[in-house]
Design a protein around this ligand. Structure first.
Ligand SMILES: *Cc1c(COP(=O)(O)O)cnc(C)c1O
Length: 383
């Protein structure tokens, strides 16, 4: 039944034996920089590539500051810590996201609140956020927002840009300002995605990127926190290292820090990958257009970027008619060595999150049962 699509994808990737969902692409400079890093002996937490990687990311995104970490999850954890998210605070996020978003909230001892997805972009819905805050939020005399049912402070909101599709940042930010809630964007999937002409993550208090092996560019493992505030950047650097007071020989540490820093070896790989980022983004847009032309003649809907935004099209996704069709699509493609994968389960359906607050999740449930990722690597059609 999905034969046409299967042969289209096989042909797209040169009829390889197995077509993965997403594979990294390395060129000559990846080898060169990593070797240079080894030859320098500075392979660990100090070195010129880490600084260069931070500078290059700032240049690409337009962020003022960037602090490299060992992975995206650690970056999100430290961003929440620096935002003062603590035991028994509440942090609003979406139910339909990768589990790491919520894990980082739990590391702080805080409680995630899982809200519905936006119909246009699959990310956190401003309507759901406003509805939740109108019925649960109250600004108390200290000027901060509390959940009047649980008595907990609602401290932060973590929207995530699903597969590189930007959320409606303007609307989310207006609502959060009104309730004194900080926004920390999970941009793990949205390097190279723009909302109203600005790179995702540069208009909020802080945001994070991931450079895991499956992301648009990779450091092997890696993450980064973006911020526009010098004080926050200093604090992030202090806590991602060992909180050492600079001194030639004394071991003076003034806080309990996390040692989340990115090793120089990983940064070397990242610096080379960044040189190819724009070409990866261009390829992914091209891939989207090829898929668009193919799916036009089928009853399968291809996910496209929402108004006001420019997606990096990191992972292409299709929306099947219903769960039964989705299961058939998954079975037939995977049986034919074309890797496809459903979108995540809703986080409140996972054991560690089953008792956390949530709303009706109407759109999220709908997407969770119908959305599937299809092969999205940049090495299609002999590229
Ligand atoms: C990949 C990813 C992360 C975590 O990044 P790691 O570098 O793998 O720790 C967090 N959030 C989202 C949405 C992701 O896709």
């Amino acid at each position: 039944m999905y034969n046409k699509t299967i042969s289209f994808i096989k042909d797209l990737y040169g009829n390889k034996d197995f077509i993965p969902l997403h594979e990294p692409i390395f060129n000559q400079n990846e080898r060169e920089y990593v070797l240079e890093c080894i030859d320098s002996t500075f392979v660990s937490s100090v070195g010129k590539f880490v600084t260069k990687f931070e500078e290059d990311i700032c240049e690409f995104t337009g962020s003022k500051y960037a602090v490299a970490c060992m992975n995206g999850t650690a970056a999100l954890h430290i961003a929440l810590v620096v935002s003062d998210v603590k035991l028994n605070d509440e942090v609003i996020t979406q139910a339909l996201t990768f589990v790491a978003t919520a894990n980082a909230i739990k590391y702080c001892g805080a409680h995630p609140v899982f809200l519905d997805s936006d119909i246009d972009n699959l990310g956190l819905s401003p309507d759901a956020l406003e509805k939740f805050l109108i019925s649960n939020g109250e600004i108390r005399s200290d000027g901060f927002c509390y959940n009047k049912n649980t008595g907990r402070r609602i401290k932060a909101c973590v929207p995530m840009h699903v597969f590189g599709n930007p959320v409606k940042l303007d609307e989310l930010s207006d609502i959060c300002k009104k309730y004194q809630i900080d926004i920390i964007e999970d941009c793990a999937e949205s390097l190279g995605s723009y909302y109203k002409g600005k790179h995702t993550g540069v208009t909020s208090k802080m945001s994070i990127l991931s450079f895991n092996g499956n992301k648009i560019i990779t450091c092997g493992g890696g993450g980064i926190v973006l911020t526009q505030d010098e004080k926050l950047a200093k604090k992030l650097k202090h806590l991602t290292t060992t909180a050492k007071i600079p001194h030639t020989w004394e071991f003076q540490h003034d806080e309990i820090a996390y040692n989340y820093r990115m090793p120089n070896l990983n940064a070397a790989l990242g610096c080379a990958q960044l040189e190819s980022l724009q070409s990866f983004i261009d390829s992914k847009k091209e891939l989207f257009k090829l898929y668009e032309a193919h799916f036009q003649d089928t009853n399968i809907e291809l996910l496209r970027e929402a108004p006001n935004s420019k997606s990096n099209y990191w992972l292409q996704a299709v929306v099947l008619d219903n769960e039964e069709q989705r299961n058939m699509f998954l079975e037939q493609t995977n049986d034919n060595s074309v890797m496809t994968r459903p979108i995540w389960k809703l986080l409140p359906d996972l054991v560690p999150y089953q008792n956390d607050l949530k709303d009706e999740l109407t759109n999220a449930k709908n997407f969770a049962s119908r959305v599937v990722n299809i092969p999205s690597s940049c090495n299609f059609k002999g590229k």
